[in-house]
Design a protein around this ligand. Structure first.
Ligand code: ARG
Length: 404
């Protein structure tokens, strides 16, 4: 193996110590790669920290557009919510980061990719399975899994080696954030009975004082406009997040089944993701043919599971994305979203240039275009199997009838 490794670098304590530790203990040259997925922060400082910790090279990559186009768009097409609730925030950023780790490894002639995950979570799975899918020849190094020291000892290591970190011995939460939302773990949240303290939230603090509406426009399943004005994808996600977050909408508090078999209490805030999925789903109600819509719902669950499990670059996820994409051809139109302080979000209207809703068929007014005489035979044949079955059983059975 080449003595070079490319590390997914966040600028935090663990990955800073990892830079130094892999050099000192494993004799590796470390190339630190920091990927901007919309988590915010000062990336110049992140770069300087990596170099100060001993990295031979530090690279910063802006992947926000790529995360939105290549990962959020297919995920939204699939209305993907893991276990019906979690919009896959961290699960989407890991494969983008992996893409860049592998590209940098090629560029710098590195033989391995490293990450700062522990052995208990999903993120190690996503980094490693993703890397193996894109670069089966590269090795993986997981220093945090190898060194097995406590948080106190990690801070001690950083202090002994004068690594520039922001020391916060009382930092209680583990937070992962990107443009699709924010995940909060640890501290008091490890008790699933304890309600999350208000201070864990930042995207969903209610500031709006009056209800308001937002019209989201979609073009073939991709959100493209707000209140009728075209908006680029990254900005649109941010704006929808701000609007929905301002009424306190977008919080999720759940006990989740991790890939590694651990149940964990997770708190998320994902106002943009949840609002966009709600609006997109609603527009599908208007534009997708019934059988297609029903089969799609079954596959959405599978898509979410694959993304969650780190199988983004698997043939099944790719095939499912092609199916999802083919369903989006007519998912074009606008959705009226009503937001009200206190966390309320409701879809109150939808329209499309090619709706499957047909007033003439749906109306109960007398001037309809529906041939009522068709219904009688259709319903008789639809129920024929059950009717025959019932007759052969010698029914009506008294036990199926209400008691007097
Ligand atoms: N449980 C979530 C997931 O697996 C969130 C993970 C958050 N990661 C973190 N390093 N705090 O996707």
């Amino acid at each position: 193996m080449t003595r070079r490794v490319v590390l997914a670098y966040s600028g935090g304590l663990d990955t800073s110590v990892a830079v130094h530790w892999m050099g000192a203990e494993l004799g590796l040259e470390v190339i630190a790669v920091a990927v901007d997925v919309g988590q915010g922060g000062d990336f110049d400082r992140t770069r300087r920290r990596a170099l100060a910790a001993g990295a031979v090279e530090a690279v910063v990559i802006d992947a926000k557009q790529e995360l939105a186009e290549d990962f959020v768009v297919p995920t939204l097409a699939a209305n993907a919510l893991y276990e019906g609730r979690y919009p896959l925030v961290s699960a989407l950023s890991r494969p983008v980061i992996v893409r860049h780790l592998v590209a940098e490894a090629r560029k710098h002639g590195a033989g391995a990719v490293a990450h700062g995950c522990t052995g208990k979570g999903n993120d190690q799975v996503r980094f490693e399975v993703g890397t193996r899918a894109l670069a089966p020849d590269l090795d993986i190094v997981a220093p945090v899994r190898l060194w097995r020291i406590t948080r106190e000892e990690t801070i001690g290591y950083a202090e002994r080696h004068a690594l520039p970190i922001t020391i916060s011995r009382d930092r209680i939460y583990s937070i992962d954030e990107n443009l699709w939302g924010r995940a909060i773990e640890c501290g008091v949240l490890e008790d699933p009975w304890a309600a999350p303290p208000e201070d864990v939230f930042s995207l969903t603090r209610a500031t709006a004082t009056a209800p308001f509406e937002l019209v989201i426009g979609f073009e073939q399943g991709v959100p493209v406009s707000l209140d009728g004005a075209p908006v680029g994808l990254v900005e649109l996600i941010a704006k929808v997040g701000e609007a929905a977050g301002s009424v306190g909408y977008g919080r999720i508090d759940m006990v989740e089944g991790r890939r590694v078999g651990i149940k964990s209490r997770e708190v998320y805030e994902s106002p943009a993701a949840l609002a966009l999925v709600a609006a997109h789903r609603d527009l599908e109600g208007l534009t997708l043919e019934r059988e297609l819509a029903h089969e799609k719902m079954r596959l959405e669950h599978r898509f979410a599971e694959l993304a969650y499990d780190g199988m983004w670059f698997s043939p099944l996820r790719e095939a499912l994305s092609q199916f999802m994409a083919s369903t989006q051809r007519h998912v074009t139109g606008e959705v009226r979203v009503a937001l009200s302080p206190g966390g309320g979000l409701e879809i109150v209207g939808r329209r499309s240039p090619r709706p499957l809703y047909d007033y003439g068929l749906a109306t109960y007014d007398s001037a309809d275009s529906f041939r009522h005489s068709d219904a009688e035979g259709f319903v008789r044949l639809f129920g024929l199997g059950v009717q025959t079955w019932a007759a052969k059983q010698g029914i009506g059975r008294s036990e199926d009838l209400p008691e007097r």
